[in-house]
Design a protein around this ligand. Structure first.
Ligand code: SF4
Length: 381
């Protein structure tokens, strides 16, 4: 059973710490509970599986170009993907675009305030809905991500076992379902208590539920980190059970390794006499859907060879110039980069200028290949 007095102290200290110590980020342009939910949705979708530094680079340009859901709903999908370029996981950009259309068509252009309606937007899951509802709109909804799970496991050190096994929750992989069920339930308790406390003693909960939720995430990202929790500057150190037991370094248990399926890609850089490069657009399904790339062959079992490239693409004078590894959530991709001549006329792709390629939607791997963005790589343009 949670101790209400301890929870009140956790809520108060985390929200007060967040109000004074949070990093200044472009999407934190107002206190929690007073933000534009559309901008909050853009930020949350960009931040999924993408580093904060990269989102900082892209967020301002995106919301400047599409300041409202209505602006985004009217946009051509290629423009949306182009502005998402470099953030990866382009399915999120398509979901955001579809969400903007749903807000326009199904909600008369008003961002929905009911958490269930937010969650019904395309591509919006439990975490994103909770984040927008609590951080932008101040609703008593929980959010749980890896950072929040880690902070709460250390704070509470839940020693009880899940029904399906004897291992205590604090010793299990944090992504296990029983641990996640516990984390969502615990975060839900804190959100409800924070909302109630804000109604009675608003000064004790700066930023309300959003301040607590964002504070938990911030604490996990900057203080209670995976490898070296900085307990000396943690606002809840005197309430932390893992610290008291000297176990903050061993909780949570490291996640089991993710097995990625191999994929071999061979991309060919072909330059015409006027300086244009040969570029093709990927299909609408699967990985990197709809993005631009140098003509590329893919195989699951081995790298595509020179003869296959020549036959499939209709190019000649092939020479391999680079090889690098790239990982996605599910795949370990080995890229071979070739240069080649146009032969009697390539069978795939269209000729594009550097400006057209730079302005198009590219995965980070193809940005490296087409624009040769790595140090020491001569550009073909
Ligand atoms: Fe994390 Fe240490 Fe704070 Fe506990 S005291 S929540 S382990 S930083």
């Amino acid at each position: 059973m949670a101790d209400p007095r301890r929870d009140r102290a956790i809520i108060s200290r985390i929200s007060s710490w967040f109000a004074t110590s949070a990093r200044s980020l472009p999407w934190r342009d107002a206190p929690p509970g007073e933000r534009d939910p559309y901008r909050a949705l853009v930020a949350e979708l960009m931040l999924q599986q993408t580093q904060v530094a990269r989102v900082i680079e892209r967020f301002g340009t995106f919301v400047e170009r599409f300041p409202t859901a209505a602006d985004l709903a009217r946009a051509d999908e290629r423009d949306v993907l182009a502005l998402w370029s470099g953030l990866g996981y382009y399915r999120r950009a398509k979901a955001l675009h579809a969400s903007a259309k749903s807000i326009t068509d199904d909600h008369d252009g008003e961002f929905p305030t009911d958490p269930k309606a937010i969650r019904a937007l395309p591509g919006v899951g439990r975490y994103t809905a909770g984040a927008v509802a609590s951080i932008a709109l101040g609703q008593p909804e929980p959010i749980v991500d890896g950072n929040v799970t880690r902070v709460m496991l250390r704070l509470d050190l839940p020693e009880h076992a899940a029904p399906d096994a004897e291992t205590p929750l604090c010793e299990r992989d944090p992504s296990d379902r029983p641990v996640q069920n516990w984390a969502w339930s615990r975060a839900g308790d804190l959100a409800t208590r924070a909302h109630d406390l804000q109604g009675r003693e608003p000064d004790e909960v700066p930023g309300g539920v959003g301040g607590v939720n964002e504070g938990l995430m911030e604490l996990g990202a900057t203080v209670c980190t995976v490898r070296s929790p900085a307990c000396a500057r943690c606002p809840v150190s005197s309430l932390c059970r893992a610290k008291r037991a000297g176990r903050q370094g061993e909780v949570p248990r490291p996640k089991a390794g993710v097995a990625r399926v191999p994929l071999f890609c061979a991309s060919v850089l072909v330059r015409r006499e006027d300086g244009r490069l040969l570029v093709e657009r990927r299909g609408d399904e699967g990985m990197w859907a709809g993005l631009l790339q140098a003509p590329t062959l893919e195989r699951d079992d081995r790298p595509p060879g020179e003869g296959e490239l020549r036959d499939a693409l209709g190019v000649d004078r092939l020479s391999r110039v680079d090889t690098f590894d790239h990982t996605t959530t599910h795949r370990a991709v080995r890229f071979d980069v070739w240069t080649g001549g146009p032969g009697d006329g390539p069978r795939r792709g269209a000729w594009m200028t550097r400006e057209e390629v730079e302005g198009g939607a590219l995965s980070s791997a193809q940005r490296r290949i087409l624009l040769r963005t790595q140090a020491g790589q001569p550009s073909l343009f």
